[in-house]
Design a protein around this ligand. Structure first.
Ligand SMILES: NC(=O)c1ccc[n+]([C@@H]2O[C@H](COP(=O)([O-])OP(=O)(O)OC[C@H]3O[C@@H](n4cnc5c(N)ncnc54)[C@H](O)[C@@H]3O)[C@@H](O)[C@H]2O)c1
Length: 364
């Protein structure tokens, strides 16, 4: 661990308070960091974070902070700009998902990471679920080439109550995790193709208070505009002949419990992961099995019965992995997959806006 690092957290909202600040404060307390600074465009949020996590408030430009490590946890629109500025200032960067909101911005980050050599580790948390490592192993050994993935994340009342979650829309909020998993699990990076996407249901479909229960206690200074759409469906054709279907909703009509499911179809078998992703309390009561494989004759073998109940498992694992990668200078693979998923999501987003198919190229 890097006892000498001076860390700066930019953005002291929900995810920082839930995950990043407790983790970094713990590291600093055990000598794993030299110092911890916090910054936020809302000074009262930075002040509260400084007080609650025994950090120092930083109010100047990030270039003047002398930070060895910058953790970006603002809403997505600023992720790329802040990451580029931190790299140029000589820092390593941990950045919340999505890496960027356009393929051009993601490409700039990739190029700057190569140029400055500081390293950028994007937080696509679901890669750090314990099931994901087993899935990658099974895909490599028992499935044959994968040619179709169906990925869905449906919440029944899980509209974010934070600017960072709401502002980019459900495609970037939940969909970015699904698309990233779909490229990372079977290693579908480097694909070109065409994507299309459509909105599924508007805010009018929500019943009662659709805000995520685990965020309803957000402070009154948080200004969140009501999203117009709650659901999205997207699909992509990846050359040669592979297909990806994605469905994501913050408030899906007609379901009573949050659920996520990923089916990966290979030439020899189909792998099914049925789970609850993220912070939903429904993951505490979901019943197994969670992961199974079905061979070409329809024979099913359960690979995992239970899933981790506590989301801190993967949220802590991602930070452990980020520190390990940035310390050893080995963050490039993680960033390249994030670039690829941003390229594909950008095309889906373009299709949402234009109602026409949009091309993508995930090669870098
Ligand atoms: N990995 C995950 O599963 C996961 C879960 C939740 C949130 N997130 C991501 O974390 C990010 C933040 O989400 P959140 O829910 O914490 O949002 P939030 O709105 O609660 O917090 C964002 C904070 O950033 C501050 N801010 C905005 N622009 C800034 C700027 N330019 N400089 C400094 N501070 C700025 C805001 O004042 C706010 O305090 C989002 O990108 C979101 O997608 C990821």
């Amino acid at each position: 661990m890097n006892r000498g690092w001076r860390a700066l957290v930019i953005g002291c909202g929900w995810i920082s308070r839930q995950v990043h600040l407790p983790y970094l404060a713990g590291l600093r307390a055990t000598g794993g960091l030299r110092s911890l600074y916090v910054a936020d465009t809302a000074p009262e949020r930075a002040a509260r974070a400084a007080r609650d996590f025994d950090a120092e408030m930083y109010t100047g430009p990030l270039e003047g902070a002398g930070a060895d490590l910058v953790l970006v946890a603002t809403p997505p629109a600023d992720h790329a700009t802040l990451t580029l500025r931190a790299l140029a200032a000589g820092a390593r960067v941990i950045v919340e998902k999505p890496l960027a909101l356009t393929v051009e911005d993601a490409a700039s980050v990739l190029a700057a990471a190569h140029r400055h050599g500081g390293g950028v580790y994007p937080l696509y948390t679901m890669r750090h679920r314990p099931e994901a490592a087993l899935i990658r192993q099974v895909l490599a050994q028992r499935m044959g080439p994968a040619y179709e993935i169906r990925a869905s994340w449906l919440r029944h009342d899980g509209v974010p109550a934070t600017q960072g979650g709401t502002e980019p829309g459900v495609l970037w909020d939940l969909g970015s995790h699904l698309v990233d998993l779909a490229l990372w699990l079977p290693d579908w990076c480097g694909a070109t193709g065409t994507a299309r996407a459509e909105h599924q249901h508007s805010a009018a479909a929500a019943i009662g208070d659709p805000r995520a229960g685990w965020q309803r206690q957000e402070p009154a200074d948080q200004v969140v505009s009501a999203p117009k759409w709650h659901g999205v469906r997207a699909e992509a054709t990846l050359d040669p002949g592979r297909r990806l279907h994605v469905e994501a909703s913050w408030a899906a009509p007609g379901i009573r419990r949050d659920r996520s499911r990923i089916d990966i179809v290979g030439e020899q078998a189909t792998l099914t992961w049925r789970t609850v992703l993220g912070w939903s309390p429904d993951r505490r009561t979901v019943c197994g099995p969670t992961l199974w494989i079905t061979d070409a004759d329809g024979r099913k073998q359960v690979l995992l019965h239970d899933q981790p109940r506590d989301p801190h498992v993967e949220y802590t694992a991602q930070l452990d992995a980020a520190f390990a990668a940035l310390t050893s200078g080995d963050a490039a693979g993680s960033l390249e997959t994030a670039y690829a998923s941003t390229a594909l999501l950008h095309a889906m987003r373009t299709s949402l806006d234009t109602a026409a198919p949009a091309p993508f190229d995930t090669r870098n």
